[in-house]
Design a binder for this molecule. Sequence first.
Ligand code: GLU
Length: 374
Amino acid sequence: MKTPRLADFRRIVVKVGSSLLVDAAAGRVNETWLASLADDIARLHGEKRDILVVSSGAIALGRAVLKLPRGPLKLEDSQAAAAVGQIALARTWAEALGRHNISAGQILVTLGDTEERRRYLNARSTIAKLLEWRSVPVINENDTVATNEIRYGDNDRLAARVATMASADLLVLLSDVDGLYDAPPQDGASARLIPLVVRITPEIEAMAGASGSELSRGGMTTKIEAGKIATTGGIHMVIASGRIEHPLHAIAGKGRCTWFLTPANPVTARKKWIAGSLEPKGTLTIDAGAVAALRRGNSLLPVGVVRVEGGFARGDAVIVRGPDGHEIGRGLVAYDAEDAEKIRGKSSGDVMLVLGIGGRAEMVHRDDLVLGQA
Ligand code: GLU
């Protein structure tokens, strides 16, 4: 199977680890390296690619600013350190991207924001808006409120969930290793880098275990976990070294790295999830004009909805039926049943009047809609 190229992708999530961004010994940001990464991001951005950054470093930077002693931190210490460090981290990214006239938008998420559908939709629409405005979302876990039970703890898996949430097609994990090895790299000559993983098999997982980095938070194990989330969500993933300047350019130039391929495309994977795994909580009956619009690939607007049934909440799956009651498809609804009832049949302008600002244009966004056979 062919190794992909960076230029093949339209929406890329770049995950940057703390150890790359923060020089722990000197207690500051690796400015030169960050500037080189920002150059790469700006180039892709200029080529009309959507870029999202998942950046770690809040705790590491907070430690540096607060001059905390070395060694492991208790949970409340790392939460408080992150509170200090996240400000510095956000400023760092805003400045690095700002030099290229790109605005950065900070998003802090917790596990619940990516796992619970209602909050998931909120985070997703903010990301979509930022990208539409050509900003670069800079995302981290909200470490200050994320306690052990409800936290990712590592940004590898967080980045993979963000990638699925943002319907990205590539996840880049920049790391202090340049890819997956078939044995621990410190074993020397015998370890070989695996350039391409077509499927994450138990053998591949065993190699991750063997790379001996479980002590660090974002070890190879969490990277393989991220690979599973990404590839089952229709997203390719690449692990590459961030120990060099212009790390994205190096991937484009066929530097050493490990590609994990997805068998599915993101839309198919997501739509399968909507059509197959979610229990519908209600029904929207729509008029003939809306049926035709959906078949042309458009979103379902409130104006086309004639009847609302069921007690669904925003983010729930609903069945969409045509005027004759025939099922047209299924989708994730953007309004609670109560609001949906208030705005059905209304034009987008009237939706604003009924619900005030904050209303969304679509009742079901086309990315969240799966049509059955015509
Ligand atoms: N969210 C943590 C931070 O910004 C990092 C998690 C990780 O290292 O993966 O400090």
